[in-house]
Write a protein that binds this ligand. Structure first.
Ligand SMILES: *Cc1c(COP(=O)(O)O)cnc(C)c1O
Length: 379
């Protein structure tokens, strides 16, 4: 089946007792057993819940995966994946990493003896320099946050296979509609389903998918043992969100292109980071591994003034100044003081998160209204 059909139907059957077309919200913590241990596959809701199972099957289907698991947040999914590591193991991660992932790696898992290297993977040859006998995992984000760097997933998969590493791709920014990392050789694909999958800024959720039976069993065991399980209401909301993912993404991409081109032509704007420009770094790879270029854009101002960036951030009227991304409404953020505030200044500047950098999550409103809003805010 094709994407749009899977997005609407995968994992979902009419409710057998009533025929309800939508998967019910099974708001229950436990299930009655016929005799001890004899049940219909559901014993306790931390382990399994039918609304969550429908969502897991749906996400697995649109990621072309054999298995899917859902978590109470994207960070819950990251946490479970890093728990595959043991003290002494090393992980090589993208340098321009989601701030929360960096914080978890450094503040939670480094003290447990897991070592993280942050590498500019725009040139995949940089990765090999950090591989040693302790390296167990490659952690890739593409496009990256907030610099929109593009990393060649298939090339990373080749390295991971040669060196027997687990390749994890955080696919939050692209969504399964634009990019399917497992098809390119990744071992695990993860999502903050809070973003494009949910799509309506009304739920926090995470997901991980894999084709590997052993990794799936390990992750399911960690999910049940550590307890970052999502509730049935949240599972329902994401299940509903996914039904329009393909339609929303097409509009995000269309508006994203318009806004990126507008910014590029504006006299106050210095640099626009958007993988759809033919002269953007690794554009050819973006074209190869993504269906389209998405609605995430970042840009800097001539003069690189933090004050001017703050002024613009407070002047927008259709865009809202807020963290997060991927919802139907357009958001604007200032990474250096918001999402990336936990990364030391020297570290963040090395990867391009300078004082005037602004990040846009272009929504699905009218594209002309979005441009008019940015025009008045830039002044
Ligand atoms: C938001 C985000 C996360 C974390 O997800 P939460 O749902 O907020 O816990 C991880 N990676 C990326 C790229 C994100 O944007």
């Amino acid at each position: 089946m094709k994407f749009a059909t899977k997005a609407i139907h995968a994992g979902q059957e009419p409710d057998p007792t009533t025929g309800a077309i939508m998967t019910p919200i099974y708001q229950t913590s436990t299930y009655v057993q016929e005799s001890p241990g004899k049940h219909k596959g559901y014993a306790y809701a931390r382990g399994k819940n039918p609304t969550r199972v429908a969502l897991e099957k749906c996400i697995a289907s649109i990621e072309n995966a054999k298995h899917g698991l859902c978590f109470s947040s994207g960070m819950g999914a990251c946490d479970a994946i890093i728990k595959l590591m043991k003290p002494g193991d090393e992980v090589i991660a993208t340098d321009d990493l989601y701030g929360g992932s960096y914080r978890m790696f450094e503040k939670i898992y480094s003290p447990f003896g897991i070592k993280f290297h942050y590498v500019d993977m725009m040139d995949v040859n940089n990765i090999s320099k950090f591989i040693n006998s302790k390296t167990k995992m490659l952690w890739v984000e593409t496009p990256t946050n907030p610099m929109m760097k593009i990393i060649d997933i298939a090339a990373c998969a080749k390295i991971a296979k040669e060196k027997n590493l687990i390749l994890v791709v955080d696919n939050t920014f692209a969504s399964p509609y634009l990019q399917n990392p497992l098809d390119l050789g990744a071992n695990i694909v993860m999502h903050s389903a809070t973003k494009y999958l949910g799509g309506h800024s009304d739920v926090v959720m995470g997901a991980a998918c894999t084709n590997d039976d052993k990794l799936y069993e390990q992750l399911a065991f960690i999910l049940n043992s550590s307890g970052a399980n999502p509730g049935p209401m949240d599972s329902f909301l994401v299940l509903r969100g996914i039904k329009t993912l393909h339609v929303r993404m097409d509009r995000h991409c269309e508006n994203g292109k318009k806004v990126a081109e507008f910014l590029k032509s504006h006299p106050k704007v210095d640099k626009v980071n958007w993988p759809g420009f033919p002269d953007s770094p690794n554009h050819a790879i973006a074209k190869k591994q993504m269906k389209n270029f998405g609605g995430m854009i970042s840009f800097t101002l001539k003069g690189n003034s933090m004050e001017e960036a703050f002024r613009i951030a407070s002047s927008v009227k259709v865009f809202s100044l807020a963290e997060s991304l991927g919802g139907v409404e357009s958001l604007l953020g200032h990474p250096a003081s918001m999402t990336h505030a936990s990364i030391p200044k020297a570290e963040r500047e090395k990867s391009g998160v300078v004082d005037s950098l602004l990040r846009l999550s272009v929504g699905i409103e009218d594209g002309e209204d979005l441009i008019r809003d940015l025009k008045q805010a830039l002044g």
